[in-house]
Design a protein around this ligand. Structure first.
Ligand SMILES: *[C@@H]1O[C@H](CO)[C@@H](O)[C@H](O)[C@H]1NC(C)=O
Ligand SMILES: *[C@@H]1O[C@H](CO)[C@@H](O)[C@H](O)[C@H]1NC(C)=O
Ligand SMILES: *[C@@H]1O[C@H](CO)[C@@H](O)[C@H](O)[C@H]1NC(C)=O
Ligand SMILES: *[C@@H]1O[C@H](CO)[C@@H](O)[C@H](O)[C@H]1NC(C)=O
Ligand SMILES: *[C@@H]1O[C@H](CO)[C@@H](O)[C@H](O)[C@H]1NC(C)=O
Ligand SMILES: *[C@@H]1O[C@H](CO)[C@@H](O)[C@H](O)[C@H]1NC(C)=O
Ligand SMILES: *[C@@H]1O[C@H](CO)[C@@H](O)[C@H](O)[C@H]1NC(C)=O
Ligand SMILES: *[C@@H]1O[C@H](CO)[C@@H](O)[C@H](O)[C@H]1NC(C)=O
Ligand SMILES: *[C@@H]1O[C@H](CO)[C@@H](O)[C@H](O)[C@H]1NC(C)=O
Ligand SMILES: *[C@@H]1O[C@H](CO)[C@@H](O)[C@H](O)[C@H]1NC(C)=O
Ligand SMILES: *[C@@H]1O[C@H](CO)[C@@H](O)[C@H](O)[C@H]1NC(C)=O
Ligand SMILES: *[C@@H]1O[C@H](CO)[C@@H](O)[C@H](O)[C@H]1NC(C)=O
Length: 588
């Protein structure tokens, strides 16, 4: 009965649908114990419960339940993005997929931070606010409801997770099958809008910056052209991942004198590491907060900055008392990332991330007092090189799941001086940039250093204590512009967040030894008609029988992962890694 009601409800909306790009409204609050990071505000279930989520992830959305804050040994705050009480939703379906049982997933490792949790697959409806209309209602969203989760720092301290994620994967009619009963279909959000004929199976994202007052921009089936500046690099997706070759990392200054004792620096990516090849594959992933680069690269960048490596966090903390800190953070200086453009050998694309965006804050529960940090972090064991939210503050990403393997676009995104009225475009395989310039988009929000004779330069520099700015007279004005301060006000009142990189997992009943397997239909037009299982992008098998090899062909970024034995599951990780994990389920 319930199912029929949902269906009718959904259909009544289908008839009323207008078509064209759908904007997902950003939340007015930024969150993050390592941010601040902007989120989207959606409602789950009926009656609706609003939760703030990080946009990103390619499999199910991860929602934190109110149970996660009951562990009293963990510091506060907890779940500051909002918690979902599954017992209060009339539209929840927690039996079709998960057999209404809890499943322990131990050592859920996003490859970068060790996250441990217990989760349960469910389906519920999602409501997306629509300006001037009633909400979009997405039925049967595939969700992992997490009942217990915490992240462990390298020093062994644990802290609670703050924010779940709204997955932007492509799957339509992801069929969950059991050995008993009919299969159950759930779709991911871009896939659902595509299925309804509202938009293409695409999205455009610029996460912006709360601290600098650059609003988050997330569109389904479209993008805001004013978020795309200069040349665009378009390349195929790699097993649903946004993978690209990183050619170099550099430091530069847009205008004015340099706060460094050089005007620009190149070849930082492989500095001090002779074993790095011509290029380094990185995954762009908005679920990861940091820049996960080789330790040698992080150390090389850090050698030019007034920062100190803190092993507790495996991050670099700004020395805010160093005279160079202010000038670096407020001047038009930037960290640049040069990528292979459009998969071409001879072409490259450089994305500039102003150091202003890399003055991020560790807060409770990660750090007891607010600490400014520089977000370079070496990958943990098993993790790959990933450019996360720190990078995506300054980059636009557009993803088109419709094309053969899926394709995606990367471009420079603007600074705070950006039109608040979006230049809405339909997103296809190609993305067009606006005629605005990056430099203008930051003008008034950074403070160029006057070029005076006393300004340090490469031919005459002090080498003392990293203090590269010479005299008071040439030091840039301290502080930020009014616009920047207003932006920071928005971001700082809120605390706490960490990514969750939970993904594909398999599960079994603890009350019955029933088996479940899950697969998703291919999102691409060609593959939708294909039965070749090797083209299915996301799937896993729970392998219940005694030792027998089972391969997951889609292990992203790696060779196929073999599952052997009865108690192993594959976990698709937020940063594009797949790990083998023990499933701590007692079959009773
Ligand atoms: C949602 O899933 C239920 C099964 O749990 C199914 O009966 C129903 O038709 C689905 N609704 C839609 C709109 O797909
Ligand atoms: C999220 O949306 C709900 C419902 O529209 C609203 O009540 C709430 O204030 C919003 N929260 C944030 C943080 O934007
Ligand atoms: C509470 O969190 C700690 C980590 O700080 C963990 O070791 C413990 O198992 C958790 N307890 C429960 C009941 O989940
Ligand atoms: C998804 O399933 C519905 C029936 O529930 C069907 O009408 C539709 O064609 C399917 N779409 C795809 C892309 O498989
Ligand atoms: C589930 O999706 C498959 C593949 O598109 C479709 O054939 C089937 O009819 C769907 N089942 C339901 C219950 O909607
Ligand atoms: C040097 O680069 C290689 C290849 O990327 C990497 O495996 C290694 O960890 C790097 N060394 C350091 C110290 O970061
Ligand atoms: C760095 O960020 C913190 C927190 O947002 C802010 O208070 C501080 O003013 C920033 N530093 C500079 C030099 O802009
Ligand atoms: C990028 O392209 C420019 C112009 O072709 C070239 O000068 C530069 O060396 C390239 N950079 C890298 C890191 O390949
Ligand atoms: C750099 O230093 C040299 C030597 O002191 C000086 O001649 C030159 O004018 C300086 N340049 C700038 C831009 O300050
Ligand atoms: C530039 O400054 C760094 C510290 O930031 C120092 O180690 C280096 O020796 C300086 N280089 C020159 C040429 O003065
Ligand atoms: C640069 O060198 C000149 C000449 O040696 C010296 O007078 C000046 O003070 C130096 N500037 C700085 C900032 O050290
Ligand atoms: C999950 O693990 C906890 C702690 O180890 C245990 O108490 C609980 O019974 C387990 N749940 C299931 C469904 O196995």
């Amino acid at each position: 009965m319930l199912g029929i009601l949902i269906l009718l409800f959904a259909l009544s909306y289908v008839t009323a649908l207008d078509t064209g790009p759908v904007q997902i409204i950003p939340s007015s609050h930024a969150l993050g114990s390592d941010g601040p990071w902007q989120t989207v505000n959606v409602s789950l279930g009926d009656p609706p419960q609003s939760v703030q989520l990080f946009p990103g992830g390619i499999f199910e959305s991860v929602i934190l339940s109110n149970g996660i804050c009951s562990n009293t040994s963990l510091p506060k705050p907890c779940g500051s993005g909002g918690l979902y009480d599954d017992s209060k939703s009339d539209t929840i379906d927690d039996t079709s997929i998960g057999f209404n049982s809890n499943n322990n997933v131990t050592s859920m490792d996003d490859g970068q931070t060790q996250t441990v949790g217990i989760s349960m697959p469910i389906m519920d409806q999602l409501q997306i606010p629509r300006v001037g209309f009633s909400n979009w209602v997405v039925p049967n969203l595939s969700i992992s409801l997490v009942n217990e989760i915490y992240t462990t720092l390298p020093d062994g301290t644990s802290y609670p997770v703050q924010v779940g994620n709204l997955a932007l994967g492509s799957a339509i009619n992801q069929s969950f099958t059991t050995d008993f009963g009919p299969s159950i279909n759930a779709s991911l959000i871009p896939g659902w809008f595509y299925e309804q004929g509202v938009t293409g199976n695409t999205y455009g994202l610029h996460i912006g910056s709360a601290a600098m007052g650059i609003p988050l921009s997330l569109w389904l089936g479209g993008y805001d052209r004013s978020r795309v500046l200069g040349p665009v690099s378009s390349q195929p997706c790699f097993q649903n991942r946004l993978r690209i070759d990183l050619l170099d990392v550099g430091i530069g200054v847009d205008n004015g004198a340099s706060p460094f004792n050089f005007s620009s620096k190149r070849n930082i990516l492989d500095q001090g590491n002779s074993s790095m090849g011509d290029s380094t594959s990185v995954i762009i992933n908005s679920l990861s907060p940091y820049l996960h680069l080789p330790k040698s690269t992080c150390d090389a960048i850090a050698s030019y900055l007034p920062v100190t490596y803190r092993p507790k966090f495996q991050l670099y903390v700004w020395d805010v008392n160093d005279a160079a800190y202010g000038p670096i953070i407020t001047s038009p200086s930037f960290l640049s990332f040069t990528f292979r453009a459009s998969n071409l050998q001879q072409s490259n694309l450089t994305i500039k991330v102003p150091f202003q965006l890399l003055n991020l804050t560790l807060e409770a529960p990660i750090s007891s007092k607010p600490t400014q940090y520089f977000p370079c972090r070496p990958p943990l064991a098993g993790g790959g090189y990933t450019l996360g939210r720190a990078f995506l503050q300054a980059a636009f990403v557009g993803v088109d799941w419709n094309s053969d393997t899926g394709s995606w676009s990367l471009a420079q995104a603007p600074g705070p001086n950006t039109a608040r009225t979006p230049q809405q475009e339909i997103l296809t395989t190609t993305v067009s940039s606006s005629s605005n310039t990056w430099s203008d988009s930051w003008a008034g929000h950074w403070t160029p250093i006057e070029e005076t004779s006393s300004t340090i330069n490469s031919t005459n520099a002090t080498a003392s204590s990293g203090n590269t700015v010479s005299t008071e007279s040439s030091a840039p004005k301290a502080g930020l512009t009014t616009g920047a301060k207003a932006g920071i006000g928005v971001g700082c009142g809120v605390v706490g967040a960490l990514l969750i990189g939970i993904g594909l997992y398999l599960y079994r009943s603890h009350s019955h030894s029933r088996l479940a397997s899950v697969s998703s239909s291919q999102q691409t037009a060609s593959a939708m008609t294909s039965d070749d299982p090797s083209t299915i992008p996301l799937k896993g098998y729970y392998q219940p029988q005694a030792p027998q090899e089972q391969t997951i062909a889609e292990a992203p970024g790696s060779e196929p992962v073999e599952l052997t034995g009865a108690e192993q599951v594959a976990i698709e990780l937020g940063n594009g890694q797949v790990a083998r994990q023990e499933l701590g389920v007692n079959s009773r």
